[in-house]
Design a protein around this ligand. Structure first.
Ligand code: MGD
Ligand code: MGD
Ligand code: SF4
Ligand code: MO
Length: 763
């Protein structure tokens, strides 16, 4: 790694990576996209060229430790370089730089820009350093923890007294360690009498969770990252790895089997540009695509009969159902020519190990669950599960989305269990030494219903932890109204400046990544260790400590006395996992995780597989009682808000660059990252639409839906198809336009298709 800091050449970077100043004209834009993909890779290869990863040479580190990254679900290993304290305390001077770990099985010495800059964002001036309480004039004022804890407990209890225990709810996250999530879930549900809690994983992974549970009997992404390298044919559905999971994409690039890479995405994304076949299907037509593909395979007799008969249930019904999806129909649904569909089918058929990977293009849909299952069904009927280079693989998003799916105790009981099952409640009551009657017998409300509950006046107190819904929630204009109706809103965040913290009654200052310890579970089910490598600023506390303090002040501390510190909590989690599909009771302790380079579940105490990489279902045994996976399907439904009439465009939204993270509370604090993406919101427009509407590149335009109207800069690009517009989610304007539609099974928001219009006149 180069230690000298070569300053960024803004012009070069901006010209290549961002719409700003790129002089985009007409068809040249396709090239730019391809180039962008290459540039993301250059960023990984030569980080110092872009000002990333500078280690102050004058300030040589005294020692180095390791920690997993706290942004995305890839879960890269990082070496964190430390100074000793003035009194000689080892590492007491805190972290002064980091580099990607070379022998961590996930990233093999690579990191993306966010990882490189993980330390830089911790020193921002808008870090929350003391609790803040709204005074009589409505201004947030600093108070000490004593006052804050009293305010929290007094006001939440008052709400509960007046409106019942169900009137207080919480919204949690996929971005804090599993130990913290489980403590929060136990404190609220078993200690505070809270019934309703959900998290931002609803916005993200709920569809995959429900799809897996229904199909496999447990929420279990089956793959290991090695499958990227061992597959002959990788099919990416609504997943833009180049930007959103660049290190996973590097694993694809290491594949030596000359794989077919099929990318199903309405946009010609960076990832699509690097595919062997890009399938620009119409938004939300993937379900029809996979039904058609299944039909084509069945008609040609290309079914793995042995796998299907031994390990699946419902195939005959499925084969009959998909007869209604000949390629002529699929062509109408997807907008792809029949020859292209045949070409795709033959390419897939010609290869042995097929893997399917999906992310938000599938999950964030009004029919996400059935679409995900259309993918799963295809892998079942071709027998592509449980073997190297195969799998029906949902890629998670946040660093600990998988931890929250299993242990947040929000809409599912701890350890992937079910609140409705008496035997599950009994197990948890015994393991946690909590009275069984304190465990609710019904699932609590999902995120959209919690929001609706506030609107209806049923929920009056809300505690928001490590998520920023005032920016990220769908149709956020309505959410602003919703939040203003609450009697008491508490926001627990690293920064006091987030859109949600700004409207809170009480802000609790939290330590962030690198300022506390715990574990994250990544996309391939690997439990990785997070370490404290610096002190949190001011009076900010680890979320774990905040939950403990609230438990004590609330009066339920005794109930949680086992939870003394994160590592003790980890031992509790091990016990909760024992005997479940996500059993990791064979992991000894934190040190074991550190030495092993993380451990993938399952890793039971007896007979745990010591291999560094492992995938599920090698034995063809699924988690349903009969051991079989199910074919689940249903007629595709039309878009809830199709484009047409006054609103002729379909609006797509998603990630804009490898250097931006969600609502930008963190990434916007790094001067280096800020140079790698446009400061203000831009909208991607196809050149033909731009010509027709007389929109010039970089012109200020207006984008309007039935719900809102925003100004944005036009980015004219072939990357987006005619009739569609694309807005990155990192800017607060985007969710002013989106439509509050949800998948009926997962209740995940359909962020990726609503009707809008484009006005060349921005006034
Ligand atoms: N740099 C960066 N990386 C991130 C994040 C970040 O904020 N910044 N966030 C992380 C998180 S939490 C998540 S969940 C992941 C998300 O990772 P991705 O899902 O890969 O990212 P998105 O851009 O949201 O959506 C992927 C693609 O879906 C396409 N799409 C939209 N509608 C459809 C459709 O109907 N069908 C198909 N086939 N495709 C469609 C969009 O055009 C888009 O290119 O990224 C993670 N990684
Ligand atoms: N239009 C549109 N909207 C979308 C999406 C889309 O594709 N399109 N994607 C959706 C998806 S997939 C996701 S995951 C969501 C993400 O939406 P959010 O969860 O709202 O986004 P973040 O910016 O990650 O918010 C995390 C917050 O936690 C804080 N934080 C970070 N670490 C800690 C910690 O350790 N403790 C505490 N207490 N706070 C911490 C951060 O400062 C930040 O305010 O957005 C969703 N919204
Ligand atoms: S790819 Fe994800 S985990 Fe790896 S360094 Fe980047 S943000 Fe961190
Ligand atoms: Mo996400």
């Amino acid at each position: 790694m180069s230690s000298s800091f070569e300053p960024l050449k803004p012009k070069h970077v901006l010209a290549d990576l961002t719409p700003e100043g790129n002089g985009l004209r007409g068809k040249a834009t396709g090239m730019l996209r391809a180039k962008t993909g290459r540039l993301t890779r250059e960023l990984l290869r030569e980080p110092s060229r872009f000002g990333l990863g500078q280690l102050p040479v004058v300030n040589k580190p005294d020692r180095t430790t390791t920690a997993v990254c706290g942004y995305c679900s890839t879960g890269c290993g990082l070496n964190v370089h430390l100074k000793d304290g003035p009194d000689g305390e080892p590492g007491g001077g805190g972290a002064i730089g980091l580099t990607p770990t070379t022998d961590y099985p996930v990233n093999l010495g690579m990191a993306c820009p966010k990882g490189w800059e993980a330390l830089a964002v911790l020193d921002a001036p808008d870090r929350a350093t003391t609790p803040l309480l709204k005074d009589a004039s409505g201004k947030l004022r600093p108070v000490d923890w004593n006052v804050a804890l009293d305010a929290f407990c007094d006001r939440m209890k008052a709400v509960q007294r007046k409106h019942g225990p169900e009137s207080v709810a919480f919204l949690s996250t996929g971005q804090i360690p599993t130990e913290e999530m489980a403590l929060l879930g136990s404190l609220t549900k078993f200690g505070m009498g809270v019934v309703h809690g959900d998290g931002n994983t609803r916005q993200c992974m709920a569809t995959a969770v429900v799809a897996y549970k229904q199909s496999f009997g447990f929420d279990a992404p089956p793959y290991t990252y090695q499958d990227f390298e061992e597959s002959d044919c990788l099919i990416f559905v609504g997943a833009n790895l180049c930007l959103a999971h660049p290190i996973m994409w590097e694993r694809v690039m290491r594949n030596k089997r000359r794989p077919e890479i099929l990318v199903l995405d309405p946009r010609a994304t960076e990832t699509a540009m690097n595919a062997t076949l890009h399938l620009p299907a119409k938004p939300k037509s993937d379900q029809s695509f996979f039904y058609g593909l299944a039909n084509y395979f069945v008609q040609n007799g290309w079914v793995d009969r042995e796998f299907v008969s031994q390990h699946t249930a419902g195939f005959e019904e499925y084969a009959k159902f998909v007869e209604a999806f000949p390629f002529e129909r699929v062509s109408r649904d997807t907008g792809l020519p029949v020859e292209t569909l045949v070409d795709a089918a033959l390419r897939i058929r010609s290869r042995e190990r097929i893997s399917c990977w999906w992310t938000m293009g599938v999950n964030q849909s009004h029919q996400g669950v059935r679409t995900a299952q259309a993918i799963i069904n295809f892998q079942l009927l071709t027998g592509n599960l449980g073997k190297p280079g195969t799998g029906a693989n949902s890629i998670t998003g946040q660093c600990n989305a998988m931890g929250s799916r299993l242990f947040s105790n929000t809409t599912g009981l701890l350890g992937g269990r079910d609140f409705k099952k008496p035997e599950h409640r009994a197990e948890v009551a015994e393991l946690l030494e909590v009275p069984e009657h304190s465990i609710q017998t019904e699932d609590g409300l999902a995120y959209p219903e919690i929001i609706e509950g506030v609107l209806k006046g049923k929920i009056r107190g809300l505690w928001v932890i490590a998520t920023n819904p005032a920016h990220s929630w769908i149709n956020r204009n309505q959410l602003d109204d919703v939040l203003s109706r609450l009697d008491f809103l508490v926001v627990q965040d690293m920064y006091h400046s987030t859109e949600t913290a700004q409207v809170a009654d009480l802000v609790l200052p939290a330590a962030g990544w690198g300022e506390k310890e715990g574990t994250f579970i990544n996309s391939e089910r690997r439990i990785g260790l997070l370490k404290k490598v610096r002190r949190a600023p001011g009076q900010a506390l680890a979320d774990f400590s905040i939950f403990q303090a609230i438990a004590d002040r609330w009066g339920c501390g005794a109930l949680l006395q086992q939870w003394t510190d994160p590592e003790a909590a980890f031992q509790i989690l091990k016990r909760l996992s024992a005997g479940t599909p996500c059993d990791f009771s064979g992991v000894r302790d934190y040190r074991h995780l550190d030495e092993a380079g993380g451990v993938q579940w399952p890793f039971p105490a007896e007979g745990g597989d010591e291999a560094a990489e492992r995938r599920l279902f090698a034995d063809g045994q699924f988690y349903h009682r009969d051991g079989k996976a199910k074919f689940l399907f249903e007629e595709p439904r039309p878009l809830p808000e199709p484009a047409g009439g006054k609103y002729p465009f379909t609006l797509l939204t998603g990630r804009g660059s490898a250097s931006q993270w969600h609502t930008q509370t963190r990434t916007a604090k790094s001067a280096v990252l800020r140079k790698l993406y446009p400061e203000a919101v831009y909208v991607e427009v196809n050149p033909r639409d731009a010509r027709r509407l007389k929109v010039a590149p970089e012109q200020a335009v207006r984008v309007e839906s039935q719900r809102g109207s925003i100004r944005a800069k036009a980015f004219v690009t072939n990357g987006v198809p005619e009739g569609c517009l694309f807005l990155p989610m990192h800017y607060p304007e985007t969710n002013q336009l989106t439509d509050g539609q949800f998948d009926p099974y997962s209740r995940q928001p359909a962020y990726k298709a609503c009707a809008v219009r484009l006005l060349a006149d921005a006034t």
